[in-house]
Design a binder for this molecule. Structure first.
Ligand code: 6PG
Length: 440
């Protein structure tokens, strides 16, 4: 019997449809562009028998037995409101419509309160196309009653952590799932920026070639830095095109779809500091100023280069471990504080567990983070004994790397911000007394 529908057969939607069908669920599928549903069915081979293309939204709804679960994989924003309006006359109170896009969680809260005839649920989906196909990480919001209906499907299609646990969880009411996904993306930005800063020191400070740098990342990926983003960095650094490393041909201007920026805006509203994430979002904004940077380079000339030759890769590895821990710690602290502002008592350990596999920021240290967050004083990763020991071990290298960056004109915005935050957080009497005096 068909209990599930999926609307939106773009890259993510098609991959999720195949994942759902592959787990033994029949599902009705509809796409705005006619013919796409049949095309997917044909591409799906044997799994095609589980896909039921619908010609119209009304047909889609008619194919599904209530209580229906309909998954929207369409662009975030107004298209979701338009789809809700189109589905409203067709659905009833027991039906659930999941928004699996990168929605602004404020929109998700608004939709939850809009009095729709069905229950809207916001769900963060991480892992890109591969994740959607083979097992994404799923961060689910909405009422507990909806979770009861969704759980069998979502836990079946989610990624599995090494211990076999599905990486899908209900994290709180209304917008909680999309909120957690936004913070996930903020951490993703910081993680990527810190990796890029290490790459910059190797490329510009040490004159290493892309392939050598790729080999260093591959080596790191075999240790404590084992993570999707370090792995992907090793892979892309090794790609050659017409005899030239591909990364040397890519313009150094990074775009963004907005989730990192939302995270920073939300953190500022909640007074929850996430300076490494903020630095990473701003670093992307600075990267886009190509003409101004070219003018700056012409005016100021090359930066001083005083990096002592030698094996920096050990220090860089330690620095990246420390920087990443600090960025994740900021993300978790924000989830705790800003979550409260929105009425959620987020279970940080459950979130760390959901991030262990499938998502972009998966990292071998998320498992110990989940354990640490369960017991840490104030639920702070910084105060968790295991991570305090790891930071004590790795922060000295972070200091050397950030200092080397400063002395050599190699910008280290995210690693530097992480270090400054760490130093502020370990200083019982800081300097705000002077600021208070000035204010007075
Ligand atoms: C994921 C990703 C994904 C997101 C981009 C972020 O978890 O699968 O976060 O949802 O769209 O990776 O994109 P930008 O770098 O384009 O902002």
């Amino acid at each position: 019997m068909v209990r599930t529908g999926l609307i939106g057969l773009g890259t993510m939607g098609s991959a999720l449809a195949l994942n759902i069908a592959g787990k033994g669920f029949d599902l009705a599928v509809w796409n705005r562009e006619a013919g796409r549903a049949e095309e997917l069915q044909a591409e799906a081979g044997a799994l095609g028998a589980r896909l039921h293309p619908a010609a119209t939204l009304a047909d889609l709804v008619a194919l599904i037995a209530p209580p229906r679960v309909i998954l929207l994989m369409i662009p975030a924003g107004p298209p979701v409101d338009e789809m809700h309006a189109a589905l409203a006359p067709l659905l009833g109170p027991g039906d659930v419509v999941i928004d699996g896009g990168n929605a602004d969680f404020h929109d998700t809260i608004r939709r939850d309160r809009a009095g729709l005839p069905f229950q809207p649920v916001g769900m963060g989906v991480s892992g890109g196309r591969d994740g959607a196909l083979n097992g994404p990480s799923l961060m689910v919001g909405g009422p507990v009653e909806s979770w009861a209906l969704l759980k069998p499907l979502l836990t079946a299609i989610a990624a599995r952590a090494a211990d076999g646990t599905p990486c899908a969880a209900h994290l709180g009411s209304d917008g909680a799932g999309h909120f957690v996904k936004a913070v996930h993306n903020g951490i993703e930005y910081a993680d990527m920026q810190m990796i890029a800063e290490c790459y910059g020191l190797m490329r510009d400070g040490l004159g290493m070639q892309a392939a050598e740098i790729g080999a260093v990342f591959a080596d790191w990926n075999a240790g404590r830095l084992q993570s999707f983003l370090v792995e992907v960095t090793a892979t892309v650094a090794g790609v050659m095109q017409d005899g030239v490393p591909l990364i040397d041909r890519i313009v150094d201007s990074a775009g963004q779809k907005g989730t990192g920026r939302w995270t920073v805006i939300e953190a500022l509203h909640a007074g929850a500091p996430i300076p490494a994430i903020d630095a990473a979002v701003n670093a992307r904004n600075v990267s886009a100023r190509l003409d101004e940077r070219a003018a700056g380079a012409a005016l100021y000339g090359p930066a001083p280069r005083m990096l002592a030759p030698g094996d920096w890769t050990g220090d860089l590895e330690q620095a990246l471990i420390a920087g990443k821990i600090l960025a994740y710690a900021q993300g978790f602290a924000m989830l705790h504080e800003a979550g409260r502002e929105n009425g959620w008592e987020l279970d940080l350990a459950a979130i760390a567990r959901v991030w262990r596999a499938g998502c972009i920021i998966r990292w071998t240290l998320l498992d110990p983070m989940a354990q640490a967050l369960d017991q840490a004083p104030g639920r702070s990763l910084l105060l968790a004994p295991g991570f305090a020991a790891l930071l004590a071990e790795t922060v000295p290298a972070l200091r050397r790397v950030v200092a080397a960056g400063a002395l050599n004109g190699l910008a280290m915005p995210a690693l530097g911000a992480a270090l400054a935050w760490f130093d502020q957080m370990r200083t019982a009497r800081g300097t705000a007394n002077l600021i208070q005096a000035q204010r007075d």
